[in-house]
Write a protein that binds this ligand. Sequence first.
Ligand code: ATP
Ligand code: MG
Length: 174
Amino acid sequence: MSHDVLSELRLHLADADATDALGAALAAARAHLPANAPALHVHLHGDLGAGKSTLARALLRALGVQGAIRSPTYTLVERYGLSDGGEAWHLDLYRIGDAGELEFLGLDGGEASLWLIEWPERGRGWLPAADLRIDLAVDGAGRSARLQAASPAARAWLDGVAAMGATAAFTGSA
Ligand SMILES: Nc1ncnc2c1ncn2[C@@H]1O[C@H](COP(=O)(O)OP(=O)(O)OP(=O)(O)O)[C@@H](O)[C@H]1O
Ligand SMILES: [Mg+2]
């Protein structure tokens, strides 16, 4: 892999505002991906309270979602129209018993251009592979974030985040 294309980014997010800033940077960088790019699958890993919904909400907001952005903890999925005309699906699989339950939800993802999935490990065997895997963990008063790109589109996405110089906004020490 070329050294100037990122496949991994590690950040310290000192507070919830820094998590919001990461979401906004991901949204801004996504705008530079090819318009005909395939749907991007983002898997958000991390314990209860790690900041997965905070990040998803900030990303959705920055992609133009205007109304309430609820955690899909009980509904499993919330769908949002984006300002670029695409559609995002935000899933939280914490409450499903096993991945087979997902079949009955009719989540074929037909129209989705972006998937944000909390607790993706609970949908293993059913979910498409992640393009971008994000691991969040409590780290002191803040959070650590590790972003790993697993597809060319996701590598371009991470590269865009870094190219913006945006990492400095999260920590000053990315
Ligand atoms: N970088 C950060 N530093 C400190 N607190 C943060 C940070 N990012 C988010 N938080 C806070 O962590 C709390 C839990 O966040 P959130 O609900 O997003 O977690 P979650 O990973 O979605 O949890 P769950 O698995 O229960 O859905 C919120 O109060 C949020 O403001
Ligand atoms: Mg959550």
